[in-house]
Design a protein around this ligand. Structure first.
Ligand code: SF4
Length: 286
């Protein structure tokens, strides 16, 4: 029986970013109607982690808005990681805090972080069309830093932001060149406040991307359908799993609501999948 891995996201510092990524509601430049706050309390993070674990999550991602880490933020994420590790057993802790130096990543690792998520987002060529305040190269470098310090790398991107089929291939090849342990595939969720108004991706194209990603990444890696799943795959989830996905995000995303975790668990059960209980994708088919 195929196992599906569940990952939950906690936006622990939300919506206060000065960067100009045209797909992101957390940029202060676009005034999107989202909840913005700084530094969620550690107690709240721990209690939300415990709830995610109860809901079947194996991966738990601590996300902060902003271009990257500074001294204050790295200390905060480290404290949050320590507290979650002490109180909630069996979660693979992922940090997603933007660009990061090797020293910052080593510090997070020493404090309980297992993996670091940093997405390439789109192709190197198309990146300047969606962001002018930092470069694709900086993103790639952070991913290399993650690997060099021995953290597991989680890196993926977003599809449907106006890119061409060539851009999609280029992004998938770049992701594969990093050989990440897990890859989140996001499908753009339009928001009226954002400069990118529409999503140029259909169901069949999304399936082709999943299949290609699986081929390039290999069978042993986690391939997650993350943001945009509800828009493209609602009631057709079997197709994305058949195409090669073996992980999903449960609960809410960074600034948009997801389905109730119980609904996702029922969906997986109805499709005959087992919810994974260990972070190592060992038994793919029984
Ligand atoms: S750097 Fe991150 S948080 Fe800031 S606008 Fe870009 S994607 Fe959003």
């Amino acid at each position: 029986m195929k196992e599906i891995f569940l990952c939950a996201i906690n936006n622990i510092l939300s919506g206060t970013c000065q960067e100009d990524c045209k797909f992101c509601t957390q940029s202060v430049r676009y005034h999107a109607d989202i909840t913005r706050y700084t530094y969620k309390s550690i107690e709240q993070i721990v209690s939300e982690a415990a709830r995610a674990k109860k809901n079947g999550a194996l991966g738990y991602c601590l996300v902060t808005a902003g271009k990257g880490l500074d001294d204050k933020k790295v200390e905060y994420v480290a404290r949050a990681a320590q507290a979650v590790k002490a109180e909630v057993e069996g979660l693979n802790l992922i940090a997603c805090n933007g660009t990061a130096t090797k020293d910052q990543l080593i510090y997070l690792k020493e404090n309980g972080i297992d993996s670091y998520n940093h997405n390439l987002e789109t192709s190197e060529k198309y990146y300047a069309e969606i962001c002018q305040t930092h470069t694709w190269g900086e993103r790639y470098e952070t991913c290399e830093n993650v690997k060099s310090v021995g953290l597991a790398l989680c890196s993926g991107g977003i599809f449907g932001m106006g890119e061409t089929p060539e851009d999609r291939d280029s992004l998938l090849n770049s992701i594969a060149s990093l050989s990440p342990e897990s890859t989140p595939l996001n499908f753009y969720h339009p928001n009226p406040a954002l400069p990118i108004k529409t999503r140029n991706i259909e169901f069949d194209e999304a399936l082709a991307i999943i299949s290609k990603a699986r081929r390039l990444l290999g069978e042993e890696k986690l391939l997650m359908v993350a943001g945009g799943r509800e828009l493209l795959f609602n009631n057709k989830e079997h197709a994305m799993f058949d195409a090669g996905a073996n992980a999903i995000v449960i609960g809410d995303y960074l600034t948009t609501e997801g389905l109730a975790p119980s609904k996702d668990r029922s969906m997986l059960e109805a499709l005959g999948y087992k919810i994974a209980t260990s972070c190592h994708p060992a038994n793919v088919e029984e």
